[in-house]
Write a protein that binds this ligand. Structure first.
Ligand code: GAP
Length: 493
C-alpha cells in the first residue's frame, strides 16, 4: 500500500497539489491544485459528466449557485441537524470531535517519572503510571468541556448589512440545488420518471477534524446525481426505488474500477439502521482502501421523497410529477449517488502509483488510465542542440495540442525526460532524433519518422510523422497498444 507521505510529496514536487496560501503558513485543510492537478481533476469531472450525464438518455445536467436562499437549509434539515458534537480544551482552546477524541494519540505528563512528557498511542494507558487520558490529548494539561453541537455550515451575509435577516450559508452539499430546481427541470425538459439530474460543484463544511491530505477538507468538490423514480412502480417484482438503488451502486463501483481502482481496493458498506441519515431508507457507501484504512469514497443513498416534500412544505410550491397512467400527482423517490472529486482524485493517484526496478534503477510511474492522465503526449528532442530537431519537436507538439494535452520538454537528457513523464503518468512520449530530420548540411532529409514510447511496457515503435494523429486517435481512443504497435517496426534498441 502506497503511503500518504509518498503521495503528498509527489503531489507537491510535480505540481499536482499545493497547500493553500503556503507562503503565509497555509490555511487549515484547504488545498490548491497545481498545473498537473487541475488537469487530472478536470479529467475526472469530464469523464464522470460524459459517462453519467451526456451518454445516458435518462439524465440531464445542472449548475446551481453556491449561495442559496437561507430557508433551503432550514427545509433540508441542515440548520438543525448538520452538526457534530465537539469538545474544547479549556487551556489551549483546541477543538475536537467528541466521538473521535479517543482515536487520537495523547500527550501525558507522568507523575511517576517526575512529570516527564510522553506521547501515548490512541486508546492506550501510560506504561509507567497506568493513567488513561482524561485531559486534552494535544496539550495534555487542559480539561475538556462537555460536548456541544457544532453546525458544520459556513455562515455568511448576503448584501452590505451584517444582520440576522441577511444570513446565508455556503452550501454543504450540491444536492439541494437540484431539489429546489426539480420543477424547473421538469417543466423545461418534459421528462418522464425515472430521470436524473447531475451536478458537479464546490461544497463547504467547517469540519472540526479535517485531515489526511485532500481526504477531508473544508472546501471540496462533489459530483452528485439525484435520480427521481416512481415509488408506485415495480420492476422485476421490487419497488422501483430499491431496483434503481442497486443499479446505481453497481454502476458507481464499476465506474471507479474502469478508470483505475483495483477491484480489491474497493468494497461496499451497508449503513446499519442507527447510522442512517434522517432522510434515508437505505445508504450504501463505496469504501476505498486509503492508507489510513477503509474509508468512504462515495455514498449512494435512497433519500425517499423527504427532500422534495420538505421543500414543498417550506416554499409552498408543489414539487410533484404527474403520473399519466394513474392520473395523479406524486412525489418521486430519489436515489442519490454522491461522490467527492478530491477523494476520487486521491484514490486514483494512490492506485496509479508504482515503484518498479528497471535495469537496476528505481522507476516511479503513475499508471493512470489514459483518459485521466493529465498530459497525454510529451514530445522530446533527443538532441536540443540541433535546431531542426527542436523545430520539428515544437511543431509536432503544436499540432498534437490541438486535440490532446501535449507538452514539449528539452530540459534534460532523454533518460531523465522519460522518467519525469513516467512519474506524472504521461501515457506516450514522442522522440524526435537525428534520423527523423537527417542532416541538411549533408543533403539528408531524414526518414520523417519518430519514436513513440508507451509508459507501462516501455516498448517503442517507429511511426511516420504523417501517421501520428491517426495513431494517437486510436491509442487515446480504445485501441490497445499491442494492436497499434503491431503495424509498426519496433524501435527498441
Ligand atoms: N448529498 C449527500 C452528501 O453530501 P456525504 O456523504 O456527506 O453525502 C458525499 O458526502 C461525498 O462527498 C463523500 O462520500 C465524500 O466523497 C465527499 N465529501 C464529504 N465531505 C467531504 C470533505 N469534508 N472533504 C472532502 N470530501 C468530502
Amino acid at each position: 500500500m502506497t503511503s500518504m507521505d509518498v503521495i503528498v510529496s509527489l503531489c507537491k514536487r510535480r505540481g499536482f497539489v499545493f497547500q493553500s496560501s503556503e507562503i503565509y503558513g497555509g490555511t487549515g485543510s484547504c488545498w490548491d491544485y497545481g498545473p498537473l492537478g487541475v488537469e487530472l481533476k478536470n479529467n475526472i469531472k469530464r469523464v464522470w459528466w460524459r459517462d453519467f450525464v451526456q451518454q445516458r438518455d435518462d439524465m440531464v445536467g445542472l449548475d446551481a449557485s453556491i449561495l442559496m436562499h437561507a430557508t433551503v437549509w432550514k427545509a433540508s434539515g441542515h440548520v438543525d441537524s448538520f452538526t457534530d458534537p465537539m469538545v474544547d480544551c479549556r487551556e489551549c482552546k483546541r477543538r475536537f470531535r467528541a466521538d473521535q477524541v479517543d482515536e487520537l494519540a495523547w500527550t501525558h505528563y507522568c507523575e511517576s517519572t517526575k512529570g516527564n512528557k510522553f506521547t501515548i498511542p490512541a486508546g492506550e494507558a501510560c506504561r509507567h503510571c497506568g493513567a488513561r487520558r482524561t485531559l486534552c490529548p494535544e496539550c495534555g494539561k487542559g480539561q475538556l468541556t462537555a460536548p456541544r453541537q457544532f453546525n458544520l455550515m459556513f455562515r455568511t451575509f448576503m448584501g452590505p448589512v451584517e444582520e440576522d435577516a441577511s444570513v446565508t450559508y455556503l452550501r454543504p452539499e450540491t444536492a439541494q440545488g437540484i431539489f429546489v430546481n426539480f420543477d424547473n427541470v421538469l417543466q423545461s425538459t418534459r421528462r418522464k420518471l425515472p430521470f436524473g439530474v447531475g451536478q458537479i460543484g464546490k461544497a463547504f463544511r467547517n469540519e472540526i477534524t479535517p485531515g489526511n491530505f485532500i481526504f477531508r477538507t473544508r472546501e471540496f468538490e462533489q459530483m452528485e446525481i439525484e435520480f427521481f423514480v416512481n415509488p408506485h412502480e415495480t420492476i422485476d417484482g421490487r419497488p422501483a426505488d430499491e431496483h434503481w438503488h442497486d443499479r446505481w451502486i453497481a454502476e458507481c463501483q464499476a465506474w471507479f474500477t474502469r478508470y483505475g481502482l483495483q477491484p480489491d481496493h474497493v468494497k461496499l458498506h451497508e449503513h446499519a439502521r442507527d447510522e442512517l441519515a434522517h432522510y434515508s431508507k437505505r445508504t450504501v457507501d463505496l469504501l476505498y482502501h486509503f492508507p489510513m484504512g477503509w474509508s468512504e469514497l462515495m455514498g449512494i443513498a435512497n433519500r425517499t421523497d423527504y427532500d422534495l416534500k420538505q421543500h414543498a412544505k417550506f416554499s409552498g410550491k408543489s414539487l410533484t410529477w404527474f403520473d399519466e397512467e394513474r392520473k395523479e400527482h406524486l412525489v418521486p423517490f430519489v436515489i442519490e449517488p454522491s461522490a467527492g472529486v478530491d477523494r476520487a482524485l486521491l484514490a486514483f493517484l494512490l492506485d496509479a502509483y508504482r515503484e518498479e526496478e528497471v535495469r537496476g534503477e528505481k522507476r516511479v510511474v503513475l499508471r493512470f488510465h489514459p483518459e485521466l492522465a493529465p498530459v497525454k503526449i510529451a514530445v522530446l528532442p533527443l538532441l536540443k542542440k540541433r535546431p531542426e530537431i527542436v523545430a520539428t519537436g515544437q511543431d509536432l507538439r503544436a499540432r498534437l495540442a490541438r486535440r490532446w494535452v501535449a507538452i514539449y520538454d528539452d530540459t534534460a537528457a532523454i533518460g531523465r525526460l522519460y522518467r519525469r513523464q513516467d512519474e506524472v503518468g504521461t501515457p506516450y512520449c514522442v522522440t524526435v532524433d537525428v534520423k527523423t530530420v537527417g542532416d541538411l548540411g549533408k543533403g539528408e532529409v531524414g526518414d520523417q519518422r519518430v519514436t513513440i514510447r508507451e509508459r507501462d511496457s516501455m516498448q517503442q515503435i517507429r511511426v511516420p510523422i504523417a501517421d501520428l494523429e491517426s495513431v494517437f486517435a486510436r491509442l487515446l481512443g480504445d485501441t490497445p497498444w499491442a494492436d497499434v504497435a503491431a503495424a509498426y517496426p519496433s524501435a527498441d534498441g
